[in-house]
Design a protein around this ligand. Structure first.
Ligand SMILES: C[S@@+](CC[C@H](N)C(=O)[O-])C[C@H]1O[C@@H](n2cnc3c(N)ncnc32)[C@H](O)[C@@H]1O
Length: 180
């Protein structure tokens, strides 16, 4: 709950005080580091229908908890990317501690400059502008059947196929359609 409140306050702060708003370039790389609580991580992976054989990408992975949980609980492979080098080092150390090093990969990357086409599950917890900006690429680049789950913020105009509330935190689900 605190996590969501913190991010929401930042977003609303920007709306209420426009002079505090960041430039588009800053928005692209400045989603703050706020972790998804573990019960919400579990619910996100469940909502995505995660299974062995999946390739789970967390765009802006922080300490790696989502892909590590997917590997530990489901035997899924995972890729976590984050702009913050320290967090990627932490994620690698966490994966080693949890014994899932062989299933997961963590790299320092900007989510707007990466290739996520081989994902079968994508998770996101960034900022509303970032989600909106990524949405067309997710719809275009991901293969039909790929599942997307976001935490707190949706994907703008793309209506979610399902939503769920976990202890006051909202999560959203989409399945990528066949291309027209
Ligand atoms: C709200 S945290 C979510 C962390 C993790 N996914 C979770 O749910 O616990 C957002 C993360 O995205 C990273 N981030 C922000 N902008 C980014 C960008 N442009 N490219 C890659 N990572 C980014 C931050 O460093 C931060 O770790």
């Amino acid at each position: 709950m605190m996590h969501t409140m913190w991010l929401t306050l930042m977003v609303l702060g920007g709306l209420a005080f426009p002079f505090m708003r960041t430039t588009q370039q800053e928005v692209d790389i400045h989603a703050p580091y706020v972790t998804t609580p573990l019960p919400v991580v579990d619910a996100m992976l469940k909502l995505a229908g995660t299974k062995k054989g999946d390739v789970v990408y967390d765009l802006g992975c922080g300490d790696g908890r989502i892909v590590i949980a997917a590997a530990k609980q489901y035997g899924a492979r995972g890729v976590g990317v984050d702009i913050n080098t320290d967090l990627i080092q932490e994620a690698r150390a966490n994966a080693k501690r949890e014994g899932v090093e062989s299933l997961v990969r963590f790299t320092v990357q900007n989510v707007f400059e990466m290739d996520f086409r081989d994902a079968t599950v994508v998770t996101l917890y960034l900022l509303p502008d970032m989600h909106r900006k990524l949405s067309p690429r997710l719809q275009q680049d991901l293969r039909p059947g790929t599942r997307i789950v976001t935490h707190t913020f949706d994907l703008g105009d793309w209506k979610p196929h399902r939503t769920q509330n976990i202890n006051g935190e909202q999560i959203f689900f989409w399945r990528v359609d066949k291309k027209a």
